[in-house]
Design a protein around this ligand. Sequence first.
Ligand SMILES: [Zn+2]
Length: 62
Amino acid sequence: MPDSQDSEELMYVKCAYCGQWLDVKPGKMNLISHAICPDCFEKEMQERNDKKPTSHDKGDDT
Ligand SMILES: [Zn+2]
């Protein structure tokens, strides 16, 4: 019975932000786990910083 390869169960880890495949590891077959890659993690953190309410001056010196 050549089903040793077939019984190999893999879990795919995908970045929920950019869709990049991050990892494949033994796990439940056909299960896709969503994670965040370092790139998107950094972007996300930067965006959070950007969204900080800052009082933007119009820059007119008086
Ligand atoms: Zn990503």
